[in-house]
Write a protein that binds this ligand. Structure first.
Ligand code: ACO
Length: 315
């Protein structure tokens, strides 16, 4: 397949590090040097499904495609206000599409997993045009009393439209179960028969373990995929990485031995927006004209699970 349109929408409420220090024992002097984050966009009166629909419409406009031409919608999402129906089905109605749709939860690696699915469905001859929407509100998963976690995240939606082509050169998916390192637990509706104890636990994270996993997994996925394709990191024009922490991005860059200018980033303005992070960055780079036709892009993301993946494509 090839990507022919991108779009993104972020909530209007901007929360700076100084604003966080008004109610948390934290500071810009702690957050910025350790994460590269200056501010994040946080959902206030918006609904995530509206951001997702708007991002999808922008990507369709950019692609010059009508919703009725879509053959499949893949939505990557961890949480939203609806348990059912799926967010992809809500997006389908919102944009006026009629095709089948599916939600995936691959945490922050969702865009890479969705690209792999789209490419596989296309190779199987089942689809021609696919819409991917990654819509996330991780700020609703953290305790805003926990300075270890809530300072890291922001919300948003990013989308891409794909059609037939041979621009996706390859994808690689990885998973290594480590459920105690990064998780959130919610309680379900009670029944008369439930006898076990259940408690909601906001997002918990072993930050240094996540950091080490992220660097190893992402640089490993990119290297292995490039080797499979007979390429080296030198052949890549831009590395579009999951925007979790500038120190993670820099450590991956060191592992790959590549110059800083190949790693565009926006973590300073968005924080970690889970799977929306990669398509938001892709859209920003696209709209700023940073991507030239023929550029080789390596995308990679990692997150809870642990799950990770990489994709190499020609722009
Ligand atoms: N403000 C002030 N102090 C803080 C804050 C804060 N916001 N958060 C933690 N601290 C304190 C801790 O309480 C701890 O204090 P103690 O030493 O007295 O116990 C101390 O700071 C920890 O400091 P460091 O060891 O320097 O922290 P570290 O360098 O490990 O940085 C961080 C922490 C930023 C979380 C880092 O581990 C990290 O980025 N990890 C990856 C996290 C991540 O990216 N997660 C998401 C990826 S997966 C996904 O996208 C879902």
């Amino acid at each position: 397949m090839k990507i022919i349109g991108t779009g993104s929408v972020i909530p209007k409420k901007v929360v700076t590090n100084d604003m966080l220090s008004e109610f948390l024992d934290t500071s810009d002097a702690w957050i910025y040097p350790r994460t590269g984050i200056k501010c994040r966009h946080v959902i206030s009166d918006e609904k995530l499904e509206d951001l997702a629909i708007e991002a999808a419409k922008k990507a369709l406009d950019d692609a010059g495609m009508k919703a009725g031409e879509l053959d499949f919608i893949i939505c990557s999402n961890v949480v939203n206000e609806y348990v059912t129906p799926s967010l992809s089905c809500i997006i389908q109605g919102g944009i006026g599409a009629t095709c089948p749709c599916i939600d995936i939860n691959c945490a922050c690696a969702g865009f890479i997993y969705a690209l792999d699915m789209a490419e596989s469905y296309s190779k199987a001859g089942k689809v021609k045009n696919v819409l991917i929407v990654c819509a996330e509100e991780p700020t609703r998963m953290t305790s805003w009393k926990d300075r270890n976690v809530c300072v890291l995240f922001g919300d948003g939606a990013g989308a891409a439209v794909l059609t037939e082509g041979d621009n996706i050169k390859g994808t690689r998916l990885s998973a290594a179960s480590a459920t105690d390192k990064l998780y959130q637990i919610r309680t379900l509706e009670p029944t008369p028969y439930i006898t076990k104890e259940e408690t909601s636990i906001p997002m918990q994270m072993k930050g240094q373990d996540v950091f080490k996993f992220a660097v190893k997994a992402s640089s490993g996925d990119i290297r292995h995929l490039l080797e499979e394709l007979g390429m080296t990191p030198d052949d890549v024009d831009k590395f579009l990485l999951h925007q979790a922490n500038i120190r993670i991005i820099n450590a991956i860059r060191d592992q790959l031995g590549q110059p800083e200018e190949k790693f565009p980033h926006n973590v300073e303005n968005h924080g970690n927006s889970s799977s929306a992070s990669c398509p938001i960055l892709l859209d920003e780079c696209n709209k700023k004209g940073l991507l030239k036709k023929g550029d080789i892009l390596a995308l990679s993301a990692f997150g809870a699970g642990f799950i990770s993946g990489a994709a190499v494509l020609e722009w």
